[in-house]
Design a protein around this ligand. Structure first.
Ligand code: AMP
Length: 480
């Protein structure tokens, strides 16, 4: 017998619609790419302009399932393209600007991107690869006509001209909730990068799970600053979470250094923020050097790599900010576990609680985890036995785009038991708390991004021969 509830497909257009209806005047503040000043808009305006994006895309021949790429920072315009493309059933593909231009071109070609929206910061990358992207019909610089770059890029248009004249009357949704919504490539294992293809349903479910009380726990009274970029696994779901709950959003644009992040935290009265540890090290150094305090920040989510004890202690002991240690991966949308304490931990002394918080944490609802040996036999949850960490859930990848790296005849990237192997090695304790102890994957992480050893060597060698700068994979101070 089937239930008798209404049919309401879980598509992400409903998220922005919800914000438009319930939080129309809630602000989205962006540090502009053009001059670093702060610009202000609202959920209503972002919805309106996202509708214009849809109509503009459709007028230029973009349809259901077409890949629309962005090479962009966290900004209001990026949000508009994000919802404008996903809302109509196109697939929003976040390209990662931290990769080499030739890798970005390889990924854009593999994804068969039909359009690329880019921030001015990345004009040199687009100019270098535009001629190698035969599928791209047009490029949109995320700016106005006055700032349109004078670069050798064919079919280039300024974003404001692109949407101008289009009515906010696009039809969103109306397709199956399992329709693809987003694409993000991961280079987390050896071989070529693989595309993780999120669905509308997986994004909605994951956004709801990510904002449960023991995870981000954000509400309409919160001010949320996602420093983690939208190109790094959907900014850890924050571009979905904030409009779902009506939180004010603060978008940092291209400036992720300690001083710029501090200024935003204070001037916009941020209560919740999220980023990889390197960002927090830069912020903490800046605050310590300048003897500064945090006046409104309550919670900080840290993931992408293990939280250093120094960072945990500084936030919690020196600044009174709660650290939410999160573990996950692109293939998991991305959050898998959260380090929020359980009643058993609260009964412990402070030092034991710090130790507990350094662990990666317990599973979010929608995530199943187990640790197994090389034969696939489950290991006990005793906090000592370690094994390969396998995961399962509605927001965990079943297959990569175009079945890359398939492990079975159905093209899936799954183990025989139907779980996904994270490539991490971990323990699980009696309370269900997971701790990463090692990595099985042949990769190194540089400033928050993975590089397989093979690729690292290959590209470093190639660049050295060309006489280019050494620390190829080392990232700028703007970490993701
Ligand atoms: P990515 O897909 O780039 O987000 O990378 C995912 C990988 O980053 C995971 O499989 C882990 O190896 C690593 N990782 C993410 N979060 C953490 C964490 N909190 N502690 C340790 N490693 C982490």
């Amino acid at each position: 017998m089937l239930g008798l509830m209404q049919d309401w497909p879980l598509t992400v257009d409903k998220i922005l619609d919800h914000a438009r209806i319930n939080f129309p005047r809630r602000e989205i503040v962006t540090r502009s790419i053009e001059d670093g000043s702060l610009s202000r808009t609202t959920y209503y305006n972002v919805w309106r302009r996202a509708q214009q994006v849809t109509n503009a895309l459709q007028e230029r021949g973009i349809g259901l399932g077409d890949r629309v790429a962005t090479l962009a920072w966290n900004t209001e315009r990026h949000m508009e393209v994000w919802y404008g493309a996903m809302g109509m059933g196109a697939v929003l593909h976040t390209l990662n600007p931290r990769l080499f231009p030739e890798q970005i071109a390889w990924i854009a070609n593999h994804a068969e991107d039909k359009a690329i929206f880019f921030d001015l910061t990345f004009t040199p990358i687009i100019a270098a690869i535009a001629s190698k992207l035969p599928n791209v019909k047009f490029f949109v610089a995320l700016t106005d006509r006055d700032h349109l770059p004078q670069a050798d890029i064919p079919n280039l248009i300024a974003y404001e001209d692109f949407i101008e004249g289009h009515a906010p009357d696009a039809k969103w949704g109306g397709f199956d909730e399992n329709t693809a919504a987003g694409l993000c490539y991961t280079s987390g294992t050896t071989g070529e990068p693989k595309g993780v293809l999120y669905s509308h349903r997986s994004n909605v479910l994951h956004g709801m799970a990510a904002n449960s009380v023991d995870c981000f726990g954000a509400g309409a009274a919160d001010v949320v600053l996602p420093v983690v970029p939208m190109f790094h696994a959907n900014a850890w779901a924050i571009a979905f979470v904030a409009p779902m709950c009506g939180a004010k959003l603060v978008m940092p644009g291209a400036k992720l250094d300690g001083q710029s992040v501090y200024e935003l935290l204070e001037s916009e009265k941020v209560t919740f923020t999220a980023a990889v540890p390197t960002v927090w090290l830069m912020l903490l150094n800046y605050m310590q050097e300048n003897k500064l305090k945090l006046s409104t920040l309550k919670r900080v989510a840290i993931g992408g790599s293990a939280v250093p004890e120094r960072v945990l202690r500084a936030f919690e002991e020196d600044y009174g900010v709660e650290v939410i240690h999160a573990w996950g991966m692109t293939e998991m949308s991305p959050i898998g576990t959260i380090g929020k304490l359980l009643p058993e931990h609260y009964a412990m002394d402070h030092e034991s609680q710090i130790k507990a918080k350094l662990k990666q944490g317990r599973a979010l609802f929608t995530v199943e985890m187990k640790i197994v040996d090389d034969e696939g036999v489950e290991k006990p949850h005793d906090g000592k036995a370690f094994g390969r960490l396998l995961v399962k859930g509605p927001a965990v990848a079943r297959a990569y785009f175009k079945n890359a790296g398939a492990k079975n005849e159905n093209g899936e990237c799954l183990e025989a038991c139907g779980f996904f192997d994270t490539g991490d090695v971990a323990t699980l304790d009696e309370l269900g708390v997971m701790q990463i102890t090692d990595r099985a994957k042949d990769v190194i992480k540089s400033g928050g991004e993975w590089i397989s050893f093979d690729r690292h060597r290959k590209y470093r060698g190639r660049r050295r021969r060309r006489g280019e700068r050494g620390g190829d994979w080392r990232l700028s101070s703007q970490m993701g």
